[in-house]
Design a protein around this ligand. Structure first.
Ligand SMILES: Nc1ncnc2c1ncn2[C@@H]1O[C@H](COP(=O)(O)OP(=O)(O)O)[C@@H](O)[C@H]1O
Ligand SMILES: [Mg+2]
Length: 367
């Protein structure tokens, strides 16, 4: 059996840089070195690619201190978008680029824009290197909360009421935008259209708070989505593809209980230990469990996802509503996605293996 050469990419240009580093540390720790040759590649917040030590402990959080990638992390590398090269090149000032290693498969353990949004996926398609997770279109649509909802609604899947405010609409007619938001009724959630980890999101109780919330969201993304509040239980479900390409599978669902001191599942509630508790599996009757698992797989299929995704719902009085999908969800052993699979009988190392095998089987190109 020949060893598989895998590159794990992490860090990146989005606000979820540090979360990505923590997830990547866990993936590095789980890859079986008898079967994989591993190269760790960090991407700095400025977008520079550098070789990183293949050392999970260097990516572990130290208390509240989270890891990150900077230029001192290692030598510069590039991945040419050219299928005849299919590997990483090192760059040293004044020297010709030289091959560092060829790569059989990439695990882009990146969250948010420039990682989870189809951009890296596009580069890997050009390079002809298979990669874990969804392709270009699916990553881009799933990252964008407007287009995600449009596509899901077109497929008959339940999404909540919302208003999109584009940059030119906000700058040319802010009162018109505020009136459209008012019509949703309060409270509303004001969000960057392409964000994650709750960064840039504000829950707003009345029109008074809207301008500040809009500016906050716009500091992350000049396209803003404003949503009516969904009242109900917050339930998530993990979806995993099969190696043979048959119907994807859903894990047991989980329910999130955000601590009473938080207004919603914001950044601190997500990452400060002890802020949030979980029921895995969620305490739902069998029919309701079946329903959410079915909706999770249908959402995955509707958005043409591949590999993995976590689908997040609210269970309202009127039934489940899809809040969002994450095509590269948090991936430490304590993150929801691996936890839901652990509770469904798939261990963390098995999960990583299966994702790599799916990626190799799927390949690149139109498919
Ligand atoms: N429409 C909504 N109604 C009620 N709560 C919401 C709504 N939208 C977001 N939230 C709360 O904010 C959190 C983060 O929102 P989400 O859309 O998942 O953004 P992110 O992509 O940053 O995770 C959710 O987990 C939920 O607690
Ligand atoms: Mg979310």
């Amino acid at each position: 059996l020949s060893r598989i050469r895998i590159a794990v990419l992490f860090g990146g240009r989005s606000s979820e840089h540090q979360i990505s580093c923590v997830s990547a540390g866990s993936v590095l720790a789980a890859l079986d070195r008898d079967r994989y040759d591993v190269v760790a590649v960090g991407i700095t917040p400025q977008g520079h690619w550098v070789v990183a030590p293949d050392d999970p402990s260097a990516l572990a959080p130290h208390g509240r201190e989270l890891p990150s990638v900077d230029d001192s992390t290692g030598a510069a590398v590039v991945l040419p978008g050219d299928p005849s090269s299919a590997g990483l090149l090192t760059l040293r000032p004044g020297e010709v680029p030289s091959e560092l290693t060829s790569v059989d498969v990439v695990f882009p353990m990146l969250h948010g824009p420039y990682g989870e949004d189809g951009t890296i996926q596009g580069l890997l398609e050009l390079a002809g290197i298979p990669y874990v997770g969804s392709g270009v279109l699916s990553s881009a649509v799933s990252m964008d909360k407007e287009y995600m909802k449009l596509l899901l609604a077109a497929r008959g899947l339940p999404v909540g009421p919302y208003v999109v405010v584009r940059d030119h609409e906000w700058t040319s007619d802010p009162d018109g935008a505020l009136d459209a938001i008012d019509a949703l009724g309060y409270p509303v959630f004001v969000k960057p259209a392409r964000g994650g980890s709750s960064i840039g999101i504000t829950k707003v109780a009345s029109r008074d708070g809207l301008v500040a919330a809009m500016e906050h969201a716009r500091s992350c993304d000049r396209k803003v989505i404003v949503e009516a509040e969904l009242v109900g239980r917050e339930v998530e479900c993990a979806v995993l593809d099969t190696v043979d390409g048959s119907r994807p599978q859903a894990s047991v669902p989980a329910e999130i209980h955000v601590g009473a001191e938080f207004d919603f599942y914001d950044f601190e509630a997500k990452y400060l230990p002890g802020s949030t508790t979980f029921d895995i599996p969620a305490k739902l009757d069998d029919a309701t469990t079946d329903e959410v698992r079915r909706l999770a797989v249908e959402t995955f299929v509707a958005l043409d996802c591949a590999g993995l995704a976590r689908v997040d719902f609210f269970l309202t009085d009127g039934g489940f509503v899809v809040n969002e999908i994450n095509t590269m969800p948090g991936f430490t052993p304590l993150s929801m996605y691996p936890q839901m699979w652990a509770a469904s009988g798939v261990t963390y190392p098995e999960l990583v293996d299966r994702l790599v095998n799916i990626a190799l089987e799927r390949g690149t190109g139109l498919r």
